[in-house]
Design a protein around this ligand. Structure first.
Ligand code: GLP
Length: 264
């Protein structure tokens, strides 16, 4: 049954004859070097085009990148005041001022520490997730094209990008999406009371991410190793949503050597 669904999915992409590209894969000795590279890409984008629009991630992986961006801003190397930052996702439902919300994460790590032109993130406390998804989709549409999407990848076998879990379509847009149980188990550890983890999310879709001019995926540590190999070397299918990135011509994977260790 599941196999049939996968085959159909694979065939539908083959029929559309989407081009397949080989992403740039950079493997760094240490996680710090991944941070430095990620920060340098953002700084280069914004110093050459100050009014750029960027999609930005949350999670443990990008904290070092944000630390470097804040430092670069305070020493005058980069000015974010004309740039637009659009977050990938947020839990739903969650109060924006909950300490484990992505809204709080962004304030703590970046937007509360530098002056930015615009910053947008889904409202986890909106009364209706469907209308909040439509609002965010419209907002994103008005800021197209996104110049650079910086993203992470989900843990274990999830291969999710944003909160596009297994089964997400390449055509998906901003929407309410339930959390997969594997993600729920990992992300619950980020809540003081793991039982408080929300059941769902509001996330940019795969099509939104693929709409960016350039994509930079960051991964660090052994928990990402299986997913990185699956993403780069396995079948392109909704069984591993990150594998859809291989249909984009300008993707860089910036990996530390732990997350790259299973690449065949
Ligand atoms: C969450 C987010 C993803 C992120 C992933 C990885 O699931 N929705 O956008 O890429 O976490 O997080 P971490 O960097 O903490 O491993």
């Amino acid at each position: 049954m599941v196999k049939d669904a996968k085959d159909r999915d694979y065939q539908s992409h083959q029929e559309r004859e989407l081009p397949i590209y080989v992403p740039e894969v950079l493997i760094f000795e240490t996680p710090d070097e991944v941070d430095a590279y990620a920060a340098s890409r953002v700084i280069r984008q914004i110093t050459t085009h100050p009014a750029s629009s960027l999609t930005v991630p949350t999670g443990n992986t990008p904290t070092g990148m944000y630390e470097r961006l804040v430092a670069a801003n305070s020493n005058g190397e980069v000015d974010f005041s004309q740039a637009t930052f659009i977050n990938l996702d947020e839990y739903y439902p969650i109060s924006p001022d909950h300490p484990s919300s992505y809204t709080e994460y962004m304030k703590r790590n970046f937007t509360g520490r530098v002056k930015v032109g615009e910053w947008h993130i889904p409202n986890g406390a909106a009364p209706d997730p469907e209308s909040e998804a439509r609002r965010y989709a419209d907002l994103l549409a008005q800021r197209q094209p996104i110049d650079l999407a910086v993203i992470g990848i989900g843990p274990g076998t999830t291969c999710h990008i944003g909160f596009n879990e297994k089964g997400s379509s390449i055509d998906s847009g901003v929407r309410y999406a339930p959390l997969a149980s594997e993600t729920q188990a990992v992300n619950a550890q980020l809540f003081d009371d793991p039982a408080e983890i929300p059941a769902g999310t509001l996330t940019q879709g795969i099509a939104d991410i693929l709409g960016a001019r350039q994509i930079l995926l960051l991964a660090k540590g052994p928990s990402k190793a299986w997913g990185i190999n699956r993403t780069l070397k396995g079948l392109i299918s909704s069984d591993a949503p990150a594998s859809f990135l291989r249909h984009h011509p300008r993707v860089t994977f910036a990996l530390d050597k732990e997350s790259a260790r299973y690449i065949r």
